[in-house]
Design a protein around this ligand. Sequence first.
Ligand code: GTP
Ligand code: MG
Length: 198
Amino acid sequence: MKPYGIKKTEFVTSVGQGADYPAPLPCEIALVGRSNVGKSSLINCLCGSRRLARISQTPGKTRLINYYRLNDEVYLVDLPGYGYASVGKAERLAWGELIGTYLAGGRPKHLFLLLDIRREPSPEDRQMFEWALFYGVPFTLIATKADKVAKSARRTDANRVAKLLGAPPYAIPFSAETTEGREELLLQIAQIVGDRPR
Ligand code: GTP
Ligand code: MG
């Protein structure tokens, strides 16, 4: 299998609770993970763009479900991150409702679950993992900010966070700074696109 070749990328739309989703495509991949873990950065890195998805020093930047389209055939869906401390109860509930509705709706064909390579998975990370299992959505674990640990430790540290989550002990070490792991992710996308029922 060859890595997925991205020839065209575009932002499609932002969706809030109760709003309309864009017309479905055969392949929809959703990115989930705590706030600040690097979801938007990963999208930009994959797409070879600095500005496609909004990135910020302030956690909680992405509050809506943002749809990006690759080659007119794949959606990459940037979900709002969870777990930022400053958020109130009402907003946490709104987040749960938005994500819950999305996941239960059956649109995502695959989840990219992002975990910081240096941190223990949080209770919300475990909940996301449980949801993936509950809804039967295939997932790929991605250990982000791999540039923050020594090269020699990356593979083992990535696999360690997967193990701590209670998942099969494999995560792709990824860095949006150095693009490490980009090829492996593109291979994964090629596989996901190829797997879809025709
Ligand atoms: P929310 O939108 O709040 O859910 O966050 P997010 O998961 O989209 O994170 P985002 O991509 O906005 O990145 C958050 C911060 O982490 C930014 O300051 C990024 O520059 C930084 N960051 C993201 N990826 C990497 C990486 O691979 N390496 C390093 N060193 N920093 C990164
Ligand atoms: Mg974001």
